[in-house]
Design a protein around this ligand. Sequence first.
Ligand code: MG
Length: 350
Amino acid sequence: MIMHETPSTIRRIAMPARIALAHGGGGQLTDDLVTQLILPRLGNDVLNELTDAAVLHAGESHIAMTIDSYVVHPWRFPGGDIGRLAVSGTVNDLAVCGAKPLGIALSLILAEGLERSVLEAVLDSIHSTAREADVRVVTGDTKVVGRGQADGIYITTAGVGAIEATHKLGIGQVQTDDALLINGPIADHGLAVMLAREMPDMTSSIKSDAAPLNGLIALLLAELGSDIAFMRDPTRSGLSGVAADLARASGLHLTLCENEIPIRPETRHASDMLGLDPLEVANEGKVVVVVRPDAAMTALQIMRTHPLGRDAAIIGRLSDPADGICEIETAIGGRRIIQKPYGEQLPRIC
Ligand code: MG
């Protein structure tokens, strides 16, 4: 999640007296929650950056730290489950900040009556995903709440990582003419969860993309170094959220090319059926990478050598005029402005 000064042209609505489901969607309403309630009370120079992971300095060392909660419903869905999501999400938030994950802290909130077999399956999934990411769960906590006081299982994972890169990654590094890449097809996670929840009897080949990306990202950083300006995982609020934030926070014009954005036909079909814009649907195994123009083709080739980047594509470019606007060239040659989604179509997607 990232937010910077909101241009006066963008609406600002005072927080209502009660929290709405959409305040958790990762869109403009989540931004309101963070900027109007949290930052005025807890803000500081590190928290105010609102990066995927905070970067802390200890002598010569740079440590990255992140935390996320997972309340996805159902707990298991095609392509993953809440355990795989928790480990992948935390690892990815560290990795996109250029950090190598050192350890994960795991907190489980279990509802009275949860079947033991569910907990075992989730723990097995956490174990296998952590192995895949070459990271360990090094501390944790468990709480049980009364029947009906929580829905099954909620997970909070925090992660700590070491930053070895000698250069700084961040929106501040983004320049005119930089290229935007993504490592594969969008919207699979959100749609897999939505279909599992809303249409459990429907058979579909859509699977969540939930996966730890630290291997792919380490490869890119090792090969390209300071040619990489910025990375972010397009989770809640999807590619639209990241693209709109990137344009606004860099102050540059970002043009996405719809024809270049990878999306599986079955995912597009499901989006159409549900009335969703796939650009706004959550991903859990995708990274958006901003690289210098001369390095774009090399970055693409490196991504495509990795199993999680086989369908990588160059999907956009930053340019002048410096208007902070993101637009998309549509498949039929039109243009439209991309805004950060307001809330989210369905809650509990991650
Ligand atoms: Mg993130």
